[in-house]
Design a binder for this molecule. Structure first.
Ligand SMILES: [Zn+2]
Length: 214
C-alpha cells in the first residue's frame, strides 16, 4: 500500500454524478429495487475505470497486485455504497481494488464505525506507512506487513495482507529477487533494467521497494 495522489475527476463522471444521485434517491423513495440496482451500477463506466487504472498504475489500492486490464468490474468504494449511498458516484470515494480485496471474505461491505478517517486506510488521503511497516523478515524469509497502529493491524487482517498464500508468495519472490541483486551487478543491463522498472511505480508491491530502500 502506497500513498497515491488523486487525479482530477473524469469529466464523464463530473457531468453526470449529481443527476445519477437524484435518480438513485427517486428509485429508493419509490422502493423500486430493480431500478435502484440499475442506476447504482452507473459508476461502472469505462471512463471511471480508465481514470482509476491510470491513477493507481493498474494496481490494487490495498494489496498492490497488478489487476488484469480485462478486469473491468473492480471499481472499489472506500466507504461502501450499501452503507453510504450518497457516495456511490463520488470520485473521492472511488479506488481501484482487486477482486480478492473486494470480496466478502475480505473488505466486502465492511466499514466499522470510526470517529475520523478510519477504520481502513484510504491511500489517497493518508500515508499508509504511518500505520504499517513494510518489512523483510530474515527469520521466516518472508516479505511482510507489520502493524504500527491499531488501524494498520485492522487493515492487515481485513485484507489478508499476510495471510493470502498467493499474495504472500508472489510478493516474497518478487522482492527477494530484487534484494538479491548486488550493487556491482547493476552495471549488468538486465539487472539495471529490472531495478529501474521496479522503482518506476508501475510494478507491484511498491510499498516494500520504498521501505526496503531497493
Ligand atoms: Zn487487492
Amino acid at each position: 500500500m502506497i500513498l497515491v495522489k488523486r487525479t482530477a475527476e473524469p469529466a464523464y463522471l463530473k457531468k453526470r454524478a449529481a443527476t445519477w444521485l437524484l435518480d438513485l434517491r427517486t428509485a429508493r423513495k419509490n422502493k423500486d429495487k430493480v431500478l435502484y440496482k440499475k442506476i447504482e451500477a452507473r459508476y461502472r463506466s469505462t471512463a471511471v475505470r480508465e481514470a482509476l487504472d491510470k491513477m493507481f498504475s493498474g494496481k490494487c489500492a490495498y494489496c498492490e497486485v497488478v489487476i488484469a486490464v480485462v478486469a473491468t468490474g473492480h471499481i472499489e468504494h472506500f466507504r461502501p455504497k450499501q452503507k453510504y449511498p450518497s457516495l456511490t458516484f463520488r470520485w473521492e470515494n472511488l479506488l481501484l481494488g482487486c477482486p480478492t480485496c473486494n470480496d466478502g471474505a475480505h473488505k466486502g461491505t465492511k466499514f466499522p464505525k470510526a470517529r475520523q478517517n478510519g477504520p481502513f486506510i484510504d491511500p489517497t488521503r493518508e500515508e499508509p506507512s504511518k500505520h504499517i511497516d513494510f518489512i523483510y523478515d530474515p527469520l521466516s524469509k518472508l516479505v511482510l506487513a507489520k502493524a504500527r497502529t491499531h488501524r494498520g493491524q485492522l487493515v492487515i487482517e481485513t485484507f489478508g495482507l499476510n495471510s493470502r498464500p498467493d499474495l504472500l508468495h508472489s510478493r516474497t519472490n518478487y522482492i527477494r529477487t530484487l534484494l538479491a541483486i548486488k550493487p556491482e551487478e547493476t552495471t549488468n543491463q538486465e539487472y539495471a533494467e529490472l531495478l529501474a522498472k521496479a522503482r518506476s511505480g508501475r510494478t507491484p508491491y511498491h510499498a516494500w521497494i520504498n521501505a526496503l530502500g531497493i
